[in-house]
Design a protein around this ligand. Structure first.
Ligand code: SF4
Ligand code: SF4
Length: 436
């Protein structure tokens, strides 16, 4: 049986090229640019100064705020500069520039061989120290998620859905890092002794389902849940609804539905941090799209400028019209290839001009398809109507702030309306209005 939810869309997956090829390791560049903001929450402050020698894995940024995650050097070498730089979000961020000495002198955390005898609190402390954030793109600090769920959830969901087109980094990790993912899930089960664990994978990844099922066959607390392949199956609320039947109320969190959801690679990062003493300094990034010569999955150091990833993928076959960090549905447009890979970068996509769907005069033909596909059961057509008239009171009444900006309505709209973009702006206006 495949688990599913109401609504959603079926975009062309475009994953075959990258999901069949093994992950390649990209050598680190001569200089890494490590932003002090790579997570949701309070940015870190640099704890090194220009001229300091840092080792691979050494902490270089931290914050005393609860919602934050420390940041580590991804190469060894000298700190050349600490300055504001362009961030993938489009804003500026303080960053530490490290000149790579090519030696990879290690500064790992201590591996915790006796983790099975440790308390949930102590284990969560190691998750924090390793700087783990959501690897699926959201980059929420993992220790905060775990701490807020301890004692309140009965279901751990390890998210291997990876429903955005083009992206296959998690798929490859499920095949190549199976032991680390399952090991991380076991550590989580130690923190949540009353819970069971579902590893949720879409049906279009039968090899990953097989690999994970084999790795957990002796563990009665773990089970693979096969999901119907559709978008946005990997979104937390839809995933919880699919595999448990529980609804997360508007404005509430997964913990309110008794669930903790973590991405597969986030789970592997927990294993690497606790069992191997390795903080987050690398990640796997899918490089793909119609403008890319040789799409592939690359293991890269955090702080590597995007241009090196494009180079490693054979460069562009034509001038790209659009470059996106993340998936085509929810990713962030990029305007410079000098910005660095951050902890939440799961993909870098570049699209040729013939994929541009913009039309001169977008028009609603009242077909209702946006309503059918909206996984949040909203009324996009009316929200658009009121937002285009600056009537944010009505937008609020129609729950525009429950829109998770998944882009399903925009994808489906035959009138080519920029629905999601309009809702993003409307959400900000509604919040301003509520504050007033
Ligand atoms: S972008 Fe918002 S309104 Fe559109 S389908 Fe997704 S949740 Fe619904
Ligand atoms: S899908 Fe587009 S054209 Fe159809 S009702 Fe919704 S906004 Fe209008």
């Amino acid at each position: 049986m495949s688990y599913s939810f109401r609504g959603g869309i079926h975009p062309e997956p475009h994953k075959r090229e990258t999901s069949c090829a093994a992950i390649e390791t990209l050598p680190p560049p001569d200089e890494v640019v490590i932003p002090m903001s790579m997570h949701i929450g309070v940015p870190c402050e640099p704890i090194v100064k220009v001229g300091d020698y840092v080792r691979l894995g050494q902490k270089i940024g931290d914050s005393s705020a609860f919602v934050s995650a420390p940041i580590h050097a991804s190469v060894s070498g000298a700190v050349k500069r600490i300055a504001m730089t362009l961030h993938p979000s489009g804003s500026q961020s303080m960053a530490v520039f490290i000149e790579n000495d090519g030696k990879d002198e290690l500064y790992d955390l201590e591996p915790q061989d006796d983790w099975e005898s440790m308390s949930a609190d102590a284990l969560t402390g190691f998750v924090r120290e390793a700087g783990i954030v959501g690897h699926g793109g959201a980059a929420f600090p993992t220790q905060v998620k775990i701490r807020s769920a301890i004692g309140k959830v009965d279901t751990l969901i390890i998210n291997g859905a990876e429903c955005e087109p083009y992206i296959s980094s998690d798929h490859r990790c499920m095949l190549e890092n199976t032991k680390e993912i399952v090991g991380g899930a076991k550590i989580l089960l130690k923190m949540f002794p009353e819970a069971s664990c579902l590893i949720a994978i879409e049906s279009n990844k039968p090899d990953a389902i097989e690999a994970i099922s084999k790795a957990i066959e002796k563990d009665s607390r773990m089970q693979v849940a096969t999901l119907k392949t559709k978008y946005p199956q990997g979104s937390e609320k839809q995933l919880i609804k699919s595999v448990t039947g529980r609804e997360v109320p508007p404005g509430a969190l997964p913990v309110n539905a008794g669930c903790l959801v973590l991405n597969v690679e986030t789970t592997a990062a927990i294993y690497r941090a606790i069992v191997q003493g390795r903080p987050v300094v690398r990640r796997v990034v899918t490089v793909a799209g119609s403008a890319v010569a040789q799409p592939k999955n690359l293991k890269v150091r955090v702080g590597t400028p995007l241009k090196y990833l494009i180079e490693a993928a054979g460069g562009f076959i034509e001038e790209p019209q659009k470059i996106i960090m993340g998936g085509p549905m929810m990713g962030l447009s990029q305007f410079s290839l000098d910005v660095p890979v951050i902890k939440g970068t799961n993909a870098l996509l570049a699209f040729a001009a013939n994929e541009d769907r913009r039309v001169e005069e977008p028009k609603c033909i009242r077909c209702g398809r946006c309503v059918q596909v909206c996984p949040m059961r909203l009324l996009p057509t009316y929200m658009y109507l009121y937002a285009s008239k600056d009537n944010y009171e009505e937008c609020d009444r129609l729950h525009v702030n429950d829109c998770m900006e998944c882009g399903a309505c925009t994808f489906e709209c035959p009138g080519s309306l920029h629905l999601t973009q309009m809702f993003r702006v409307a959400k900000g206006k509604v919040m301003e209005r509520r504050k007033k």
